[in-house]
Ligand binder design. Sequence first.
Ligand code: SF4
Length: 335
Amino acid sequence: MNLIQNIKDKKILELIQEANQITLTKHGNNITLERAIFLSWWCDKGDCSFCYMSSQKPLIRDPKKARRRVEAILAEAEMVRRMGWNIEFLSGGYGAFTTSEIKNIATEIHQITANPVWLNVGITSELTAYGGEVIGITGAVEVANPELHRKICPSKPLDDINAMLTEAGELGFKKAITIILGLGETPEDMQYLWEIIDHQGIDRVIFYSLNPHPDTPYADTPQPASLYYAGVVAATRIKFPKLEIITGTWVDNLANIGPLILAGSNGITKFPLFKMFGTRYGRRVEEEVHWAGRKLMGTFTDPACLEGESPRDGLEPFLKRYIKSCLNNKTEYKV
Ligand code: SF4
């Protein structure tokens, strides 16, 4: 099957049908809920043209103030554990936390969830600092076409991301990449993405669709079509049957979830967790998974999961705040 030609010919249903069979055979029936935990709202690079942080950089005078409290980060990890979600990765802009600070946070989260964490903390030459608290390293590729990449992400060169991923593999870490669809790529550009997956032996790809932020050049750009998104995911699943695929869907695009699952997604992400929990939007996510014929791991709606013992001192005020936010959602979340 010529996968790129099939995307171009819009034979999306054929791609999805084959991808679904492969996914069920190789991965089974479960769908995970994934939560990226952010460390800060600051990025020293701040020049990726689609990124929210690029619009915030000029507004933040003191980067230290854009760091989250460590207790808030750990409390969020505990809430994610209680809800049965996975931590997609720890994510932070460049320059907000030092490597040893990130390692300490990862170590505490490992203790809370009993799972080592994925990192997505930028290009670093300090991977040797990490150990058993980290399972894998994420390269934020975003767009795999080298020419587009140079324009869209001028300060994080693909060569440097590749070098980091190579080192990550040599040190025994798993490898992931993030890809954003809708930044101007074409179906032909899938060849670049698949080359990276193949060449690097990538274990996990996280696809997002463009979320056009005000004050960026993409403010008026439409998000990619749902069937294009599903076609790209399905073609990637067919090409790489064992790959773990996570797909991101913002709250204004929940109808994408069912097709993305049939296209080969193992997990779904990119939700405003505490705002959506228990609302009809959270229930909609569960319905999408149900009607894709899959079993959802964790919950977006069950308040019984929220209470529990704090895993360590100092987290209680933050846990209470998150639980309150979840329980206050009885009015509907506004998009
Ligand atoms: S490096 Fe990451 S956080 Fe920083 S501007 Fe680029 S995409 Fe945004």
